[in-house]
Write a protein that binds this ligand. Structure first.
Ligand SMILES: [Ca+2]
Length: 303
């Protein structure tokens, strides 16, 4: 692919995904100047009013730093109020209805996955010589024909469904097409994969989609291992008092991971040739805050 086409791909992606910050955009010398690395970090169900970037109730120093040193967007609109359509639009650069993903991909909704014939940003960048990877959530189909490796990702470590247990994912964590678990708290596992991928690809352009599980339910912190869990008293499962402190820790853990990713970019000398973008796929539910917007996940009413 010609260099001008590479930039077209990037512009296409930027228009779709930029929401909270861009950091590390600059000029580089030689061939790398026209093939910058692209890292897209997507939170799941994070509210507009959750992070300190937007004056929210949880301190997120690493996101704050991204915004301070990069750009903060105040009028970005996600493509949908639920997971799969937003991801379909991001991956293809098209309205989600045009690729048949009008609702979350779920068995009971009889929704299809993303057809392997669609042109995706990962395919386009792979065709341009990029190494491509997805770590974390896919939610665009559970069949092999819908798998990220069929959509231009050289590497996929993560899960195909809407969410998993943060600690127990033996049956749902994949390496490409195969079930192959990586033990640990999913937010940490996703970050470790991302940092490792940056290290392994420091000599070549890459596109990495870091699709975090955080802060989607179930509300589980690193301390909520299987061994540590206690029965939840009746009526408290959705108690804001119970889940809000957990949500806060989940967001803080993701923010720490973003700091580790940024540190890796810096450590390997990529600051001047790496786009890093952060966004949420839609708004928050009960535990989070969407202020000053009204309503939440699942609804499209924003004023
Ligand atoms: Ca979501």
């Amino acid at each position: 692919m010609r260099s001008v086409d590479v930039m077209e791909c990037l512009r296409w992606a930027v228009l779709v995904v930029w929401m909270m910050g861009v950091w590390g955009v600059g000029e580089a010398k030689g061939e790398e100047a026209v093939k910058p690395n692209v890292i897209v970090i997507m939170a799941d169900d994070l509210g507009y009013g959750d992070t300190s970037v937007y004056g929210g109730w949880v301190k997120t120093p690493h996101l704050d730093r991204m915004a301070k040193e990069g750009l903060k967007f105040l009028d970005f609109h996600s493509n949908s109020s639920v997971c799969s359509p937003t991801r379909a639009a991001f991956m293809t650069g098209r309205y989600q209805q045009r690729v048949g993903i009008v609702d979350v991909v779920a068995r009971h909704l009889d929704t299809p996955g993303l057809d392997a014939g669609e042109l995706t940003i990962s395919k386009a960048l792979k065709g341009a010589g990029y190494r491509t990877a997805l770590f974390g959530k896919w939610h665009l189909g559970t069949k092999a024909k819908h798998n990220p490796v069929k959509h231009g990702f050289d590497e996929f470590r993560g899960y195909l469904s809407g969410y998993i247990d943060y600690h127990n994912h033996k049956r749902s964590w994949l390496n490409g097409l195969k079930v192959e678990d990586q033990e640990g708290y999913s937010t940490h596992v996703i970050t470790k994969n991302a940092v490792r991928f940056i290290r392994e690809n420091k000599e070549r352009p890459f596109f990495m989609f870091v699709a975090h599980e955080a802060v989607h339910l179930p509300f589980q912190t690193p301390a909520d291992t299987l061994e540590n869990r206690k029965p939840i008293p009746k009526g408290e499962r959705w108690s804001r008092k119970r889940i809000r402190p957990k949500y806060k820790i989940m967001l803080e853990e993701m923010d720490k991971g973003i700091g580790e990713i940024m540190d890796a970019v810096k450590k390997h000398g990529m600051l001047d040739r790496t786009f890093v973008m952060f966004l949420s796929d839609n708004g928050a539910i009960g535990a989070g805050s969407n202020k000053p917007l009204t309503t939440c996940l699942i609804t499209s009413w924003v004023c």
